[in-house]
Design a protein around this ligand. Structure first.
Ligand code: NAI
Ligand code: MG
Length: 373
């Protein structure tokens, strides 16, 4: 029996292209693992009315971790139109499978490293090396949403004096998405950020919220951060408002090392940060819970490039590196990262985003040559 059982969910579009690249690399490093493919994505929404079939969740539960490609998500009405005719009147609602996986498997911590590798012509600066810890299961993405607003919900909200300004708005003309923070989730993401800073001797943790305006939710996060920071006297706690942070990240990204944020703010600053180090072709991530983790490039399915083996596999290969670290294969992970860095430094084999003409798989093969060197 293999030492590791790894679920592979390629998903849609370029998710499949980059998963093929990942498999080439994993085979080349001779990891003692069994890879089991699972169903997820648009095809399963259209045919079965569920983009994340129960059998896939069961499969994941029988594995050590999961490697995920990308999925296509579309807004509510468009999604229903694409359902197979037999399913169309059943009141099915499309939910993003990746968001559901994070919530179902309680993958609370989303880790998104953004590191500038020397030689990458897309680096904004060569000295960016930061990592974002994004709360992954609640906040504005908790999924507690209403439209139209049920009268009971409106009545309950009227307990709040500020709600009076919406008194005359028709229930049909009001939509509500709840930003729910629990103390436990705030503590959990902050703990992950501080522990990482401690382990890798990073000087600061920056909490990115907006407590001056969003007083209760962002306020809870900041208050918990101040409390937790007392346990880590060697690490400075910095506080930044999310809007200002977008400016600082463009102005002085080299000043930051570890950032912590709630779900949506973390989502936004991680795309911004990804662009500082080469864009979506470089943005890797880990979704970590208690005893399980899922690794994915943060890009989507890029339908216009699907199946063309044109996109950059590095975001996926760096996600593989995070996966190798997670399962305890630190040495293989370092070898893989060094090989990726070496391919970038040489700049000979590269995909279109780097101004090259090589395919996804050619880049993977070049990385493999370095791994074997
Ligand atoms: P996207 O990330 O799929 O692509 C946007 C653009 O970024 C592409 O057109 C391409 O120019 C570039 N790009 C993305 N990955 C690249 C790579 N590896 N190498 C080089 N260039 C790359 O975002 P978009 O177009 O907004 O969304 C497409 C679909 O993906 C939507 O259905 C969206 O909902 C979904 N999506 C899924 C995600 C996931 O699976 N976690 C995350 C983001 C979007
Ligand atoms: Mg995003």
């Amino acid at each position: 029996m293999a030492k590791y059982r790894i679920a592979c969910l390629p998903g849609d579009g370029i998710g499949k292209d980059v998963m093929d690249a990942a498999m080439l690399v994993l085979e080349a490093v001779n990891l003692d693992a069994e890879y089991i493919n699972g169903d997820v994505g648009w095809e399963f929404w259209k045919q079965e009315g569920n983009p994340l079939p129960d059998r896939t969740i069961e499969l994941l539960k029988s594995t050590d971790c999961c490697l995920f490609g990308a999925i296509t998500s579309k807004p509510k009405e468009e999604a229903v139109k694409e359902l197979s005719p037999l399913l169309r009147d059943k009141g099915l609602i499309y939910y993003s499978p990746i968001v559901r996986l994070r919530q179902t498997l309680k993958l609370r911590t989303n880790m998104r490293p953004c590191k500038a590798y020397p030689g990458n012509p897309l680096n904004y600066r060569d000295d960016v090396d930061l990592i974002i810890f994004r709360e992954n299961t609640e906040g504005l993405y908790s999924g507690v949403e209403f439209h139209p607003l049920p009268v009971e919900v409106k009545d309950a909200l009227l307990m709040h004096p500020k709600m009076k300004s919406f008194l005359d708005v028709d229930l049909n003309d009001m939509a509500l998405s709840c930003r729910i923070f629990t103390r436990q989730a705030c503590q959990s993401i902050l703990r992950a950020a501080f522990e990482y800073a401690k382990k890798y001797k990073k000087p600061s943790v920056t909490v990115v919220e907006k407590p001056n305006v969003i007083r209760e939710t962002s306020g809870l996060m900041i208050r918990e951060a101040r409390e937790l920071a007392k346990e880590y006297p060697e690490i400075e706690l910095w506080e930044a408002n999310v809007d200002a942070m977008c400016m600082w990240l463009l102005k002085n990204p080299q000043n930051y090392s570890v950032l912590a944020a709630s779900n949506m703010f973390g989502d936004i600053i991680s795309d911004l940060s990804a662009q500082l180090v080469g864009g979506l072709g470089f943005a890797c991530s880990a979704n970590i819970g208690d005893g399980y983790a899922l690794f994915e490039p943060t890009h989507g399915s890029a339908p216009k490039y699907a199946g063309q083996y044109k996109v950059n596999p590095i975001a996926m290969l760096l996600s593989v590196k995070l996966m190798l670290e997670y399962i305890g294969e630190g040495k293989v992970a370092s070898r893989l990262e060094n090989s990726i860095a070496s391919v970038l430094r040489e700049g000979k084999v590269k995909t279109y985003d780097l101004g090259g003409k090589n395919t996804t798989l050619e880049v993977a093969e070049e990385v493999i040559r370095k791994v074997k060197d």
